[in-house]
Design a binder for this molecule. Structure first.
Ligand code: SF4
Ligand code: SF4
Length: 145
Protein backbone atom coordinates (compact mmCIF):
# COMPACT_ATOMS: atom_id res chain seq x y z
CA UNK A 1 0.00 0.00 0.00
CA UNK A 2 1.14 3.55 -0.72
CA UNK A 3 0.08 6.54 1.31
CA UNK A 4 -0.98 9.74 -0.44
CA UNK A 5 -2.26 13.12 0.67
CA UNK A 6 -5.13 14.42 -1.47
CA UNK A 7 -5.75 18.12 -1.13
CA UNK A 8 -8.98 19.77 -2.32
CA UNK A 9 -9.46 23.48 -2.83
CA UNK A 10 -12.55 25.46 -1.87
CA UNK A 11 -14.35 24.66 -5.11
CA UNK A 12 -13.38 21.00 -5.27
CA UNK A 13 -14.38 20.19 -1.71
CA UNK A 14 -18.08 20.48 -2.48
CA UNK A 15 -17.83 17.91 -5.27
CA UNK A 16 -17.75 14.10 -4.80
CA UNK A 17 -14.37 13.81 -6.54
CA UNK A 18 -12.80 11.20 -4.25
CA UNK A 19 -15.85 8.96 -4.46
CA UNK A 20 -15.99 9.29 -8.23
CA UNK A 21 -12.31 8.44 -8.67
CA UNK A 22 -12.38 5.41 -6.38
CA UNK A 23 -15.60 4.00 -7.81
CA UNK A 24 -14.55 4.67 -11.39
CA UNK A 25 -11.33 2.70 -10.90
CA UNK A 26 -12.78 0.15 -8.45
CA UNK A 27 -9.96 0.71 -5.98
CA UNK A 28 -10.38 -0.25 -2.29
CA UNK A 29 -8.61 2.72 -0.70
CA UNK A 30 -8.26 3.04 3.07
CA UNK A 31 -8.99 6.53 4.37
CA UNK A 32 -6.61 7.17 7.29
CA UNK A 33 -7.68 10.73 8.06
CA UNK A 34 -9.85 13.47 6.63
CA UNK A 35 -9.89 17.16 7.48
CA UNK A 36 -12.54 18.99 5.51
CA UNK A 37 -14.41 22.27 5.81
CA UNK A 38 -15.97 24.80 3.45
CA UNK A 39 -12.57 26.25 2.53
CA UNK A 40 -11.00 22.99 1.41
CA UNK A 41 -9.90 19.64 2.65
CA UNK A 42 -7.18 17.05 2.98
CA UNK A 43 -7.50 13.30 2.97
CA UNK A 44 -4.72 10.83 3.73
CA UNK A 45 -5.44 7.53 2.03
CA UNK A 46 -3.68 4.25 1.44
CA UNK A 47 -3.86 2.97 -2.12
CA UNK A 48 -2.83 -0.51 -3.32
CA UNK A 49 0.59 -0.33 -4.98
CA UNK A 50 -0.70 -1.57 -8.32
CA UNK A 51 -3.43 1.11 -8.46
CA UNK A 52 -1.36 4.08 -7.33
CA UNK A 53 -0.45 5.53 -10.73
CA UNK A 54 -3.96 5.47 -12.15
CA UNK A 55 -5.50 6.91 -9.00
CA UNK A 56 -2.97 9.75 -8.82
CA UNK A 57 -3.51 10.47 -12.50
CA UNK A 58 -7.30 10.47 -12.07
CA UNK A 59 -7.12 13.02 -9.25
CA UNK A 60 -4.68 15.17 -11.16
CA UNK A 61 -6.90 15.17 -14.24
CA UNK A 62 -9.56 16.70 -12.03
CA UNK A 63 -7.10 19.35 -10.86
CA UNK A 64 -6.63 17.89 -7.39
CA UNK A 65 -3.24 18.18 -5.69
CA UNK A 66 -1.74 14.81 -4.73
CA UNK A 67 1.41 14.45 -2.65
CA UNK A 68 3.27 11.86 -0.66
CA UNK A 69 2.94 13.12 2.91
CA UNK A 70 5.87 13.41 5.25
CA UNK A 71 4.35 12.81 8.66
CA UNK A 72 7.36 13.05 10.91
CA UNK A 73 10.49 15.14 10.88
CA UNK A 74 13.82 14.12 12.38
CA UNK A 75 16.51 16.48 13.61
CA UNK A 76 19.69 14.72 12.53
CA UNK A 77 21.74 17.07 14.69
CA UNK A 78 20.04 15.72 17.80
CA UNK A 79 19.81 12.04 16.80
CA UNK A 80 22.63 9.95 18.20
CA UNK A 81 21.48 6.66 16.62
CA UNK A 82 20.46 4.99 19.85
CA UNK A 83 17.95 2.83 17.97
CA UNK A 84 15.13 3.24 20.50
CA UNK A 85 12.72 4.36 17.79
CA UNK A 86 13.66 1.57 15.39
CA UNK A 87 12.55 -1.28 17.60
CA UNK A 88 9.24 0.36 18.52
CA UNK A 89 7.91 1.36 15.11
CA UNK A 90 4.88 -0.87 14.43
CA UNK A 91 5.19 -0.63 10.65
CA UNK A 92 8.97 -0.96 10.31
CA UNK A 93 9.26 2.53 8.87
CA UNK A 94 12.57 3.21 10.66
CA UNK A 95 15.92 1.61 9.96
CA UNK A 96 19.57 2.27 10.68
CA UNK A 97 22.05 2.36 7.81
CA UNK A 98 25.51 0.84 7.92
CA UNK A 99 26.88 4.28 8.76
CA UNK A 100 24.43 4.45 11.73
CA UNK A 101 22.24 7.04 10.05
CA UNK A 102 18.57 6.64 10.99
CA UNK A 103 16.26 6.44 7.99
CA UNK A 104 12.49 6.98 8.01
CA UNK A 105 10.29 5.62 5.23
CA UNK A 106 7.55 8.21 4.80
CA UNK A 107 5.42 5.85 2.73
CA UNK A 108 5.12 3.44 5.66
CA UNK A 109 4.83 5.89 8.56
CA UNK A 110 1.29 6.44 9.85
CA UNK A 111 2.24 9.73 11.50
CA UNK A 112 0.36 11.40 14.31
CA UNK A 113 -2.02 8.47 14.71
CA UNK A 114 1.02 6.60 16.03
CA UNK A 115 3.84 8.93 17.19
CA UNK A 116 5.45 6.12 19.20
CA UNK A 117 8.89 7.14 18.01
CA UNK A 118 8.22 10.77 18.94
CA UNK A 119 7.56 9.78 22.54
CA UNK A 120 10.37 7.20 22.63
CA UNK A 121 13.22 9.41 21.50
CA UNK A 122 15.31 10.37 24.54
CA UNK A 123 16.54 13.59 22.95
CA UNK A 124 13.27 14.68 21.30
CA UNK A 125 14.77 14.48 17.84
CA UNK A 126 11.49 13.45 16.20
CA UNK A 127 8.43 15.63 15.65
CA UNK A 128 5.02 14.83 14.21
CA UNK A 129 3.91 16.91 11.28
CA UNK A 130 0.24 17.66 10.89
CA UNK A 131 -1.07 16.87 7.39
CA UNK A 132 -2.05 20.51 6.93
CA UNK A 133 1.38 21.69 8.00
CA UNK A 134 2.44 21.97 4.40
CA UNK A 135 5.73 20.13 4.99
CA UNK A 136 5.78 17.45 2.36
CA UNK A 137 8.73 15.81 0.72
CA UNK A 138 7.19 15.37 -2.70
CA UNK A 139 4.88 17.85 -4.31
CA UNK A 140 3.31 17.41 -7.71
CA UNK A 141 0.75 19.94 -8.71
CA UNK A 142 -1.57 19.82 -11.62
CA UNK A 143 -3.70 22.63 -12.83
CA UNK A 144 -7.29 23.20 -13.16
CA UNK A 145 -10.55 21.90 -12.17
S1 SF4 B 1 5.26 7.77 13.89
FE1 SF4 B 1 4.90 5.59 14.30
S2 SF4 B 1 4.80 4.70 12.22
FE2 SF4 B 1 5.80 6.67 12.00
S3 SF4 B 1 8.00 6.23 12.12
FE3 SF4 B 1 7.27 6.79 14.21
S4 SF4 B 1 6.82 4.82 15.19
FE4 SF4 B 1 6.91 4.46 12.96
S1 SF4 C 1 15.21 7.45 19.33
FE1 SF4 C 1 15.91 9.51 18.72
S2 SF4 C 1 18.12 9.50 19.11
FE2 SF4 C 1 17.45 7.37 19.09
S3 SF4 C 1 17.76 6.68 16.94
FE3 SF4 C 1 15.64 7.38 17.10
S4 SF4 C 1 15.70 9.56 16.46
FE4 SF4 C 1 17.80 8.94 16.94
Amino acid sequence: MKRILIRFNEKQVSEPIATEVLIEHKVPAAILSAHINSKGGEIIAEIPDESLDKIVEAFRKRGVLVTVPKLIDVDSEKCFSCGACVALCPVEAISIDNDYTVQFDKEKCVGSTCSICVDACPVRAIKSIKPNGGNHALNSKVKKI
